[in-house]
Design a protein around this ligand. Structure first.
Ligand code: 3PG
Length: 213
């Protein structure tokens, strides 16, 4: 396991945010780091995304940043230049996968079926986003997948909440869970940093209970 994956595995969570304002970037990164969560995925779904990554990378180089919703090589390049450690996609797409392999960029593609998992795996990708996790069979599906795909680690994302997080984190095949549950849009919009701090505490206690952190 790489050092980055080991840090992610230890805390068990990758908060995913669709950042609308660059002003959110640094306060959020600070809160997450203070609470023991060193990873953050910023989706490339807004104009603020790349600049936010740059700001965080500059001030907190220890933060593990991933760029989400990457579709094209140009986006991969922009995200890597902004400080991304790895790239996340909703599905597995051969062109982008080949591009990332050639460039040596770590790619975590969304895979939700045995065919997708196998395709990504034989193409050298052993960390995969299990997406959309809850709709694709949740923990029960992961238990079956992990029998066949012993070397694959999953990042279940999509439908993860405080109530099901613990059951995912107890699975050895789960590197970490991704999701908007730690910094939900409503709290970000309201600038409710105390609310996000409180959620981080709750998540930390769930993660500890599941043997992480
Ligand atoms: C996303 O694509 O926005 C992520 O999968 C987050 O999903 P969630 O809001 O269900 O956590």
């Amino acid at each position: 396991m790489t050092e980055i994956n080991a840090r992610i595995n230890r805390c068990g969570v990758i908060p995913v945010i669709n950042i609308k304002k660059t002003e959110w970037a640094l306060p959020l990164a600070e809160i997450l780091l203070e609470a023991g969560f060193p990873a953050l995925e910023i989706t490339l779904r807004s104009d603020a995304a790349l600049e936010s990554m740059r700001l965080i990378h500059e001030k907190y180089p220890e933060m593990i940043l991933s760029a989400g919703t990457v579709f094209y090589p140009e986006q991969a390049e922009a995200a890597m230049a902004a400080g991304a450690n790895f790239l996340v996609t909703p599905g597995y797409e051969a062109n982008l996968a080949a591009y990332c392999k050639e460039k040596g960029y770590a790619l975590v593609p969304g895979c939700a079926s045995p065919s997708e998992i196998q395709t990504a795996y034989v193409n050298g990708i052993s960390v995969q986003k299990f997406f959309p996790a809850e709709l694709s069979g949740g923990v029960a599906a992961l238990k079956l997948f992990s029998g066949a795909f012993r070397d694959v680690k999953f990042v279940p994302t999509g439908g993860i909440s405080l109530s099901n997080l613990g059951s995912y984190l107890k699975e050895a095949c789960v590197l970490a869970c991704g999701g908007s549950f730690m910094a939900p849009a409503g709290l970000l919009e309201a600038g409710d940093w105390d609310g996000i701090r409180a959620l981080c505490k709750q998540v930390a206690s769930i993660a500890k209970e599941a043997g992480r952190m």
